[in-house]
Design a protein around this ligand. Structure first.
Ligand SMILES: [Zn+2]
Length: 75
């Protein structure tokens, strides 16, 4: 995955310009030719179960807070 130091973020290979520079700041990004070819073929690893559990708990919590806020609004 190409990484831009200036923007502090990963860039998807399709957003990096053809000459290997960041579309945001124009700086040359670290693509890594071998890693780039491998990354395009490689699939994302499966999401760990505890991350799914965390996501579900966050959604439940946010819904709880949403209903709490709605109950506060109508009271
Ligand atoms: Zn950049």
């Amino acid at each position: 995955m190409p990484w831009c130091d200036d923007c502090d973020r990963f860039l998807s290979p399709s957003t990096v310009t053809t000459d290997g520079t960041c579309p945001t700041c124009g700086r040359t990004v670290e693509v890594g030719e071998v890693a780039k070819a491998a990354a395009e073929e490689e699939e994302f690893p499966p999401v760990p179960w505890h991350l799914k559990l965390l996501a579900v708990l966050i959604v439940i919590y946010l819904l709880y807070r949403l209903f709490q806020a709605l109950a506060w609004l109508v009271s």
